[in-house]
Design a protein around this ligand. Structure first.
Ligand code: ZN
Ligand code: FE
Length: 258
């Protein structure tokens, strides 16, 4: 195994993550919530930052970039072409289907608009993990800030179609609050109830609930389950299209005070 992934907390509930290729020594950070913890993690591992892969333009995903670039002048900053005007300092612009290289590792870019209009995910197919920023969370999904709910739904379907065993790294540790909402939709889902219990135990010890997997999310995340009869019934829309069911669940979550 030449690939290592190291995940750590930034700010209050953002995750920073480093992907290291021991074959070439290349190391990528995915998003830059703040430079301090990323530099500390690099130090701890003895890794040198070569690439920064940005998922979207929100400040809590990019604001550490200038300090990282100052520390590593050779750093290549990769980000969505569709958000170039809103992300300072991008060196490489990417879109759907592009390949991003980190040393000998390869990631495929998946455009996942909805949370923001140009949001992208980075899928390391061979290594079986995906970095999906603020599109998919465990037991939840991002808010549809910049597009209609249906756009976010199509993006989630793209992620849902990845192999079940794919490890999913998300931008935030929101799982415990997401579980409280998810149980209001599907209280009878045994896999969701198990996951909620496990998550509560992990969080009681301040341990991360991520990465998750596509398989677990398909079984427990109501936002990926808008086609499932029990979910449709739970929101009183047994005959509706899944995208409308998704929109109803997302708007309930927007109003949820959990
Ligand atoms: Zn965001
Ligand atoms: Fe965020």
């Amino acid at each position: 195994m030449t690939t290592s992934v190291h995940q750590f907390l930034c700010l209050t509930d953002n995750y920073g993550v480093l992907v290291h290729d021991s074959k070439t020594g290349a190391t990528a950070a995915v998003d830059a919530p703040e430079a301090g913890p990323i530099l500390a993690a690099l130090d701890e591992k003895g890794w040198k930052l070569t690439d920064l892969l940005i998922t979207h333009h929100h400040a809590d995903h990019i604001q550490g970039a200038p300090e990282l670039k100052a520390r590593f002048p050779e750093l290549t900053i990769v980000g969505p072409a569709k958000e170039v005007a809103r992300i300072p300092g991008l060196d490489t612009l990417v879109g759907e289907g592009d390949t991003v290289r980190v040393g000998s590792l390869e990631a495929r870019v998946i455009e996942t608009p909805g949370h923001t209009t140009g949001h992208v995910a980075y899928y390391f197919e061979e290594d079986e993990f995906v970095f999906c920023g603020d599109t998919l969370f465990s037991l939840g999904c991002g808010r549809a800030f910049e597009a209609p709910y249906a756009v976010l739904w199509s993006s989630l379907l793209k992620l849902a179609a990845l192999p079940a065993e794919t490890q999913v790294y998300c931008g935030h540790e929101y799982t415990e609050a997401n579980a409280r909402f998810a149980l209001t939709i599907e209280s009878g889902n045994a896999i969701l109830r198990d996951r909620a219990e496990h998550v509560a135990a992990l969080r009681a010890e301040k341990r991360p609930t991520l990465p998750t997997t596509i398989g677990l999310e398909l079984a427990a995340n109501p936002f990926l389950r808008a086609e499932e009869p029990p979910v449709k019934a739970a929101v009183g829309m047994p005959d509706a299209d899944p995208e409308d069911v998704f929109a109803e669940i997302r708007s309930r979550k927007d109003r949820f005070k959990g």
